[in-house]
Design a protein around this ligand. Sequence first.
Ligand code: UD1
Ligand code: UDP
Length: 373
Amino acid sequence: MTDTRRILTIFGTRPEAIKMFPLVHALEADSRLESRVCVSGQHRGMLDQVLEVSGITPHHDLDLMQPDQTLDSLTARLLTGLGQVMDAEQPDWVVVQGDTATAMAGAMAAYYRKIPVAHVEAGLRSGNIHHPWPEEVNRKIIGTIAALHCAPTETSAAALRRENVDPSTIHVTGNTVIDALHWITARIRQQPELARGLSELEARFASKRIIGVTSHRRENFGDGMQGIASAIRRLAARSDVAVIFPVHLNPNVGRVMQAELGGLDNVALIEPLDYPHFARLIDISTLMLTDSGGVQEEAPALGKPVLVMRETTERPEGVEAGTARLVGTDADRIIAETNRLLDDGESYAAMARAHNPFGDGHSSARIVDLLAG
Ligand code: UD1
Ligand code: UDP
């Protein structure tokens, strides 16, 4: 290894970009390390929203998204493309985040070249390879390959130890999503106009309680997504409620949501929000309904109750802290749990307390030290 270690950071989707930008900022600021960034472009528009807000210009952009891409063709394109970038860059470390196809293929391509892999957000496990799908297997593959495991919490570190990962390679760093949240909150404080794009909707729904919604999980396509859509339609029949739902660009999501919810007065189906506006949406919402991973971490940090429309979670910390509750995708259950929060002040107050089990906002600095050490 040369004196200045070359770190190749790889990401491709919206959540990876949000959780990697604080690390890229920290790598760029550290003279012990040379930062190189490769984006796969697995997401195009939603990735670019994050690159723009965070001011990151990647050194490589594979631009490989295709409409309604399948997992196998996506993975094949990722392996070849990322391998070529590694051959050109010859990094000392490859850093991947989370559990997407980009992260899994990045780890595999590095392994084929015997380049050590650092895994950010290591050790999340639902214990069910079909929920979330295919993320549970992606993260297990990365966990098998990685030489450095940056676990967000003690729970995730323990999951890795149970899989016989060498304990000396596991470090509890916190989740960089909290670094991202702190950074964006500070930016909005300096420049409030960054998050003012919702003001028309805020005025339209001024007399209502807002429910913020996101949904995109592949394992929910079909019955699950139909259940979610029908729950939202029935909840929107309440005159005191409005729903703001930035719809994920996966066409399998938009199709169902437009058919079920398009044209309802108090449901705003909108384009994906950039990060400052999504932080604002959490802020103005009474509660969040989501199947997202990242939102399960952000809502507790901001003290917003979050009902998780999934059968399992790899993030039990929010549930244990009392800010998150697993409600599945059955419409009746989603409606009952939401109505309880809306109508029972005590239940609401019990969930609406800020907890930060996921980090203290200094995770990136810890990871940089580990990479430099
Ligand atoms: C991916 C990740 C998932 C992650 C999610 C975050 C995998 C296998 N899945 O799922 O783990 O939780 O991102 O959002 O890695 N699309 C666009 N523009 C975009 C983004 C997506 O048009 O900016 C459309 C395209 O038609 C694309 C489709 O959405 O083919 C699916 O994208 P893909 O990344 O394959 O899957 P996601 O469901 O987004
Ligand atoms: N997010 C965003 N705009 C939106 C919806 C979500 O910026 O319209 C952010 C959200 O704050 C979180 C991340 O995207 O940090 C979650 O991404 P997603 O739900 O797509 O993926 P997951 O976390 O489930 O992998």
